[in-house]
Design a protein around this ligand. Structure first.
Ligand code: NAP
Length: 444
C-alpha cells in the first residue's frame, strides 16, 4: 500500500505487543533463515507513513465497525489463530494438544507459555497429520536439544525438551505416502536428524495406478515419495538401544482417543481405522475410506496437526464451512443473499485463502488485495472519499478505554532486551514469554 499510494498512511494493529505474527510464533526456532523476512517487515514499519499499534485487539479493544468508521480502508490479515478439530471421542483428554498450541509453547507465545506438555511420563508421541507443521513438531521432539540450545526457542521449552523421555514419534497420515502433505526440503531435514532410526512399512509404499497418475502431474508428491522410499530402504531393520525413532504410519484414520489404564484422564493411546484410497487421481483427490479394521497405538502425548482455522470477529462475513472470509480477489463479500463487495473492507493471507502456503505465497496474495484496493480507488468505487479521523480517532478511543498501546519503538525495547538476554547464553535472542514481562519491558 505504501508503495502503490504515495499519499497513503498505514496503521498496523496487532493484538500482541510484538509484531511479525507467524514469523515470530509459527516459524520453527531452527529455521532462522525464514525469519530474515523480519528485516523487510521492520523497514516497512520504519516508513514515516506507517505505524504499529500492538496490544490492541480487534473485537475487544476496538470493534470492526469502529475501525471502519475511522479508516477509508480496513484490511484484515489476522490469519488462522485456531485449529481444526477431529470431533472424535477423547479429544479433550490431558496430553492431547493441537500442534499450534505446542508450536506457540516452544516459540514463547504469551498465551501458551504455560502449556507445560508432559514430555516426561512417556516415551511415545503420536503426531496426527503429515503436513509441514507435523514435521516441525516431530523434528523439535526428536532433535538433540544441544542443537536447539543455540536457537531462539523459548527457555521453558528447551528445559522441558532436555528432560524429555520421548524417544518414539509416530507421524500418522490417513492417506498414503504419495499424498503426504509435507514438502521435500522439510522431509529431507527431518530424515537427516543425527542418529535417528526411521521406519516406513514397505507394504505402505506399494503404489496403485491412481497413485502413479497423481505423481505424474505433481512434482512435489513425486519427490516426497522418492525420499520416503529411499529412507525406507536405507534404514536399519531395527533401532539400536536408546536410539530415537521416527515412524511414518500411513492409511490410518483416528477413530477415538483412549484414556490411560490408570483412568487419570490422561491420554493412553489412539484407536485407528485402517483406510484405503477411493476417488479419482485426475482431480488429485483420492480420499481415505475406512475399511472396518481397527488397531490401537499406545502413547502418552498426542499432537493434532490437521490444519489451522481462522476465527471470525463481530460484524465480519464468514464462511464457516471453509473457515475463510468470503471475498473476490481480497474484496470482502457481504453475507446477504446477493453477496456484494463491502465498502472499504478487504482481506488477505490465511484469512482470505485458508491455512495453506508459505510466507512467499502471502506476499503474492497481499499484492492481489492491494491491486483490488488500487482499482477501487481509481474507479471511485466502494471507498469513501469523505474525511476520516484515521489514527487520531483510533488513539483517542484507545486512550478513553485505557488500552496500553505498544508502538514500534516500544517493540524495539523488547527486541533489544531479548537480544541482550540471548547474547549472555549464546542464543540469538531469549524471548520474553509472558504478557507481564513484554508490557513491562516495552514501557520502561
Ligand atoms: P497441511 O499441509 O494442510 O497438512 C494437514 C495434514 O492434516 C494433512 O496431512 C491432512 O491429510 C491431515 N488431516 C486433515 N484433516 C484430517 C483428519 N480429519 N484426519 C486425519 N488427518 C487429517 O497443514 P499444515 O501442516 O498445518 O501447514 C499449513 C501450511 O503452512 C502448509 O501450506 C505448509 O506447507 C505451511 N508450512 C510450511 C512450513 C515450511 O515451509 N517449513 C512449515 C510449516 C508450515 P489429508 O492430506 O489427507 O487431508
Amino acid at each position: 500500500m505504501l508503495k502503490a499510494h504515495e499519499g497513503a498512511e498505514v496503521d498496523i494493529i496487532d493484538r500482541l505487543p510484538t509484531p511479525f505474527g507467524l514469523v515470530r510464533s509459527g516459524v520453527a526456532p531452527d529455521h532462522p533463515e525464514t525469519k530474515i523476512v523480519i528485516n523487510q517487515f521492520s523497514r516497512v514499519a520504519h516508513n514515516e507513513r506507517c505505524s504499529f499499534f500492538g496490544n490492541v485487539s480487534l473485537g475487544s479493544s476496538i470493534s470492526l465497525s469502529e475501525l471502519r468508521q475511522f479508516y477509508h480502508v480496513v484490511v484484515l490479515a489476522y490469519g488462522a489463530e485456531s485449529d481444526r478439530a477431529l470431533g472424535i471421542p477423547g479429544e479433550d483428554l490431558n496430553g492431547v494438544h493441537s500442534a499450534r498450541e505446542f508450536v506457540w509453547w516452544y516459540n514463547g507465545h504469551p498465551d501458551f507459555s504455560n502449556l507445560a506438555p508432559d514430555l516426561k511420563s512417556t516415551d511415545t508421541a503420536i503426531v496426527l497429520g503429515q503436513g509441514n507443521v507435523a514435521l516441525d513438531v516431530a523434528r523439535i521432539l526428536l532433535k538433540p536439544p544441544t542443537e536447539l540450545a543455540i536457537t531462539d526457542i523459548a527457555s521453558h521449552a528447551l528445559a522441558a525438551l532436555k528432560e524429555s523421555s520421548i524417544r518414539k514419534v509416530y507421524l500418522v497420515g490417513r492417506r498414503g505416502p504419495v499424498q503426504a502433505a509435507c514438502t521435500a526440503k522439510e522431509l529431507r531435514e527431518i530424515l537427516a536428524i543425527k542418529d535417528l532410526y526411521v521406519n516406513i512399512k514397505e507394504t505402505d509404499l506399494l503404489k496403485t495406478s491412481a497413485d502413479e497418475e497423481e505423481m505424474k502431474t505433481n512434482r512435489i508428491r513425486r519427490r516426497v515419495f522418492e525420499l520416503l522410499s529411499k529412507a525406507s530402504s536405507s534404514s536399519a531393520s531395527r533401532p539400536s538401544p536408546g536410539q530415537r525413532e521416527l515412524h511414518f504410519t500411513f492409511f490410518q484414520k483416528p477413530e477415538k482417543f483412549l484414556e490411560s489404564n490408570d483412568q487419570s484422564g490422561h491420554i493412553g493411546g489412539v484407536n485407528f481405522e485402517k483406510t484405503i484410497l477411493k476417488g479419482s487421481a485426475s482431480s488429485g483427490n483420492q480420499i481415505a475410506a475406512g475399511t472396518g479394521e481397527y488397531e490401537d497405538l499406545e502413547c502418552g502425548l498426542v499432537l493434532k496437526s490437521i490444519g489451522y482455522k481462522s476465527v471470525p470477529v463481530d460484524g465480519l462475513p464468514f464462511d464457516h464451512s471453509k473457515g475463510v472470509v468470503p471475498n473476490i480477489r481480497g474484496r470482502v463479500l457481504s453475507s446477504s443473499r446477493f453477496a456484494q463487495p463491502e465498502g472499504g473492507l478487504y482481506v488477505c493471507g490465511w484469512l482470505k485463502r485458508g491455512p495453506t502456503g508459505i510466507i512467499g505465497t502471502n506476499l503474492y496474495d497481499a499484492e492481489e488485495t492491494v491491486a483490488s484496493i488500487s482499482d477501487d480507488i481509481e474507479k471511485r468505487e466502494r471507498i469513501s472519499t469523505s474525511t476520516k479521523q484515521g489514527r487520531e480517532g483510533l488513539l483517542q478511543l484507545l486512550e478513553s478505554r485505557k488500552i496500553q498501546v505498544i508502538t514500534f519503538s516500544d517493540w524495539e525495547k523488547i527486541d533489544s532486551e531479548e537480544k541482550r538476554r540471548g547474547s549472555l547464553i549464546r542464543k540469538p535472542r531469549e524471548k520474553l514469554t509472558t504478557w507481564k514481562d513484554l508490557l513491562e519491558v516495552a514501557t520502561r
